[in-house]
Design a protein. Sequence first.
Lengths: 397, 539, 514
Amino acid sequence: MSDYDFSSERPKPSHFQQRQDELNIHDAWSSWNGYKFAEYFYDVEFEYFCVRNTCGTYDICPMQKYHITGADAEKMLDRMVTRDVTKIRTNRASYVVWCNDEGRLIDDGTIFKLGDDHFILNCGSPCSAWLDKSAFGFHDITIDDKTDDVAAMALQGPTSCAVLKSMGLENIESAKPFSINFFDFQNARLMVSRTGFTGDLGYELWIDHNLAIPLWDAVYKAGHDLGIHPYGDQATNMLRLEAGFIMPGYEFNEALKTVHFEHDQTPFELNLGWLVDFKKPHFNGRRALFDEKKRGPRYTLTKLDIEGNKPAEGSFLYSNKRCTEEIGYVTSGMWSPAAKANIALAMIETKYLEGEIWSEIYYEKELRQYSKVARCTIKHEPFWSPARTRATPAADF
Amino acid sequence: MKRYDAIIIGAGHNGLTNAAYLAKAGLDVLVVEKNDYIGGAAVSRELHEGWTYSNCSYVCSLMRQAIHRDLDLSRHGLILVPYLGSVNYDDVGNTLIAYNSEEAAYLELKRHSKHDADSMFRFQADLTRYARLIRKTLLRTPPDPTSFRRRDIHELLFLAKQFWSLGEKEIYEYVRFFTLSAVDFLEDYFENELIKQSKASSGIIGTALGVYSPGSSYILLHHVMGDVDGSIGAWGLARGGMGAISKAIASAFQSFGGEIRTNAGVEQILVEGNKVVGVALENGDEIRARVVVSNLDAKRTFTQIMDEKDLPPGIYDKAKNFKIRGSSGKVNIALSALPKFSNVPDNAYVNRGGLELTGSLETMERAYDCWKRGRFSDDPYVEGVIPSAWDPTVAPPGKHWMSNFIQYCPAELADGPWTEEKRNLFGQTVVDKIARYCPGFKDLIVHMEVRTPHEIEEEIGLTEGNIFQGELTIDQLFFNRPFPGYAQYRMPLKHMYMCGSSTHPGGGVSSACGANAAREILIDLKRPNSVPVDDFYDE
Amino acid sequence: MTQYDTVIIGAGHNALVCANYLAQKKQKVLVLEASSAAGGLASSYEFHPGFRTSVAHTVSHFSRKIYRDLELQKHGLTAMANPLPCVALNRQGNHVVLDGDTVSGVTEKDRVSYANYSKLTERFANLLAPFWLKTVPAIGNNSLHELLSFAQLGVKMRMLGKDDMREFLRIVSLPTHDLMDEYFDHPLLKALLCWNGLIGSKQAPRSPNNSVMLMLYRMSEGMSGLHEIPNGGTSRLIDALCSSAKSQGIEIRTNSSVRRIVVDQQKEGLRATGVQVDNGELISAQNIVSSADPKTTFLTLLGAENLEIEFTNRIRRIRSEGLVAKLHLALNGLPQFTGLDQSDGQLLISPDMATIESAFDESKYGQCPTDPVMEIVIPSMRDPSLAPSGQHVLSAHVMYVPYKMKSQWDQTAIDTFIDKLINKIELYAPTIREQIVASELLTPIDLEQRFRTSGGHWHHGEFALDQLFMMRPTYGAAQYQTPLRGLYLCGAGSHPGGDITGVPGHNAAHEILS
């Protein structure tokens, strides 16, 4: 028989792998864009509370980082995304989404503007092919995928600013949300953006991959007395749900990877209409989105507070307690430890938003399967949105 | 003498499937086979002591799961195991590994092109969408677009509905895809030569088209629309060789009371008036039956075992014009040890997957140009698989065998008929090509079987050795297969049917042709249907 | 400043047809032409002192409806159906000649087969003919009126009868090679008949799916695919269209190259409001109609930033690399072809389908064919004004000369290739070499530069099923309208496609007016 050596299929180590290996005591790994990636390190709940109570770090090396430069960079990005890129000021970040011609969401991400002809697009899934397509017809433009060259970590939680201060990042507390600042770190440039995916005070740190381990060590040294701990994918998923952030594979299916007709979503369906700017110059999907805005989206992503405490993940939603009329489905659901509420994001047919919403929840008790029907209440604010997230100067804890 | 309800000519997998369904419906069925073994092109043969070759078809993905389940083939000994990945070599030895896991596959593609690694996701989604639509038609009888019968109109509407559900944009893309060349289609997604060739090769296997010929993108889909346990595009190997598939179906057939007679080549289909009444065997026996089903290809059926004068006008010409072009060869090699290929981080993906020696798009196209001129290329496209790397039943312990499929190999050479010498030269060409990527390969060879279209035709009766029993071009697909007006398995004479790959949905070890034909026969005989109505396509 | 209803970019024959129809409905039309004369590929020019020629040397299916509607006869265009015999040349003089309905030089069996074949293809050509003169509706369009168009095709197909309908569905995607093999024995006849399905496209006899369709297309105006030269030459057609235009008050501005299409951002989206010509002048109009090829129109004149991303890339991926070169020879006398009494005709040098296939094979790898195949016409026989008295012009379409060559074109390469072509012609017309006064070869690259067609492609885009009907040039712009309000297409890149038919211009005018 053959050798069963599949070793070349091993996920690629992250730039922080050395340190993360030591901390991931359960060896709970999955992968993201080919990188080895922690599901959790010690305990999901514990990691979640670190971020809400002290601070945590999250490996974002596998996130795609495209440097887009040249005189046409702004024009090209402005035509690609739905938001007005010309309004982003230098050294500021902006949350954006981009759509295909039919106005259906391809992905979301952040644009960092570093100069009039220098932008960075960060996103969760590889986007090279779409960027190349988008750049076709523009002349002075270079797209450089720096994903593998840059090490990046998110530092999130109420003590995150204090950690950075203790690292010696001068004046970091006055950095405003979505601002980008630069610091010297071991004679290299450390980029710090006040951005994140947890709905809490937090930063993202970007550095040349050769300095990944020194950066890690410096952050952990500074955070030693401030409750720092790494958190993994599962805690992230809890944190972002409380903050009401969408996630591919849950709230939306990337349009270019969608097999079934209209199993992808539009920004309006995802309640991201505020990101679509019809006053700016032409952008991709405008025609379709303009029509949809006039018509109103078929579905609307809605935040739900569901009675009881059984997570409604994967539930169908109905317009009545007898469950005779299906009106939508839950995309993500969990018990929120912060809000002490049974929360969910759900896609609901827009025309039913005014009426009653009932969720059919399946759950298990010691192998026995149960189901129940629970009343859902629509929430208009995120389940977690403390003032500290937005406050400038940022507090120490 | 005994009169059967049905005689099936040819014990290939479709013939046996057809027979099994007829027998399952309670008919008295006989399968006659000219060889002393059954299986047709789905066959395992011990040609060198201790080694069992799947010497015709060698991998399987289109086998309809509904049939597998319905005929309980696993109880009859069939197990299909998906194989893992494959390694693609270009002319200068660069490799591209198609890893099993999505993440590893992504990194490997990214090594060659970031753009293409990203595009692969869209490619997979699009191909899945196309495959899903076609797969819905596999276990259905094609409607006759010229007919006003309720069933035909109903089927046409079904198709229209499926088509419509793609959404406007995808309908256009689908039509586009269907008519394009493999390369034109792939260039929408990929820029890297090695990645393009690794995909394009599926567009030419078994066909007399090149990677640049319009229509080859459908062939590409035909090769990736199959699945193993719901993962579209996966290929599997049958434990015990491809003959295990035929054996399992035969066993199911026999469990329903069916009868198989080997060494029973058919000389002639017996016709009385406009009715078929039975067959005359080569040994002179005449056997009568209510219906006769030919599992032979359309050309052979009408031009070899039937008389032109027995046929309605025009049919003979249609059969003559039926495109069934020999374009592939096969070299089966027994090896004293597992070969070690160069320039791969580990050998697992060669050994437990496929080996793709594509070279370049130009290399493949030039091989096609050679075929057009009646020559075999000295630099052909070779697809190799080493089944013994995971199947302990096909070679002695520690020993192996390698199946090599070669595109292209002409059925007729420009410089005269195939001879032993030319055949050996062809085999040598293939071995030389493999040895370019596997130093020491030649020292491992214990036994070698070289099959050109000539041998394939001689032994298993596929005209010109065409593996699909007829080209898979639009003019011979769906309601045009084998001929327009005869796509519903009924042939121009009463009580005569066809059930081979010459009929919809065509080649590939799918059993769908045989099953579909059985459904039609049972309708005509006013028997309850025993054939699965639909496949499972919402996996 | 004059306010125009419509500005048309380019003055090729389709643009002129479109302009004429619009003017008939009292529109004020301006036609802008970059070069010094109207006519595009059909215009004639002097390639050697005293010798003139045009790239398009014959007409095979110019729409008779347009001929009538625009009263072109009144404007000097006569004899629209005087087909040239089509001669497949043989070195020994045993030519196969197709003249009208009769074929000579072949066996009785082939003659009978040809009768059957031409009846069948004629029926199919008639079936399709009405659809060339129609806008093909978008699939997603549910307007009953437009769906009727599809229904009509369906009904017409059924009216063919079962056998014909089945045969149609089969042969429409058949490679010409197989169709010819099914009918005929004579290699010259097969080569001759498949020629019409191949010329101008990137396909060879063995390529499936497209060539039979192109053949049927070229049969659409009742000439069974045969070609003709209007009295006075092909450029007479352009003269007639221009004369008609003039009489209707259409303004044609030559030497007036359009730099860009001007767009305006409105609430509903972008709208084309005018054009800017090279001297900077802005001209605004209600409608902008482009007869330029789709790539030029969208990518150069409009710019990607005004279009959707996937749409832009669909335009980019349009296959529009020309594969035909043009050879012009100035001759001091009438060439003598072995065994041919008079050389008035469409003369093919393509001994059999395998030779055509081989020539195509080399082009796939960016090489010129070693054994070229071509179609020769002596236009000066029909239009003596093209050459000094007693002298002649030989015009040849040389197939399978790639746009992208492995080694670049330079003067040496061109001279070598011209020499090769003359050698080839010499085999059939032994004295030709002595008769040559001057020669000119236009490669696809020359055609691209001189006539501003992307890729130097006659049809502005490969004639293939994926680029036909509601997908020509691509969905989203196949109904002559474009994603931009106020911008229309009327060139060969739109349905039904290239050749001198006038039909895209006719259909576009219809859409603009409705």
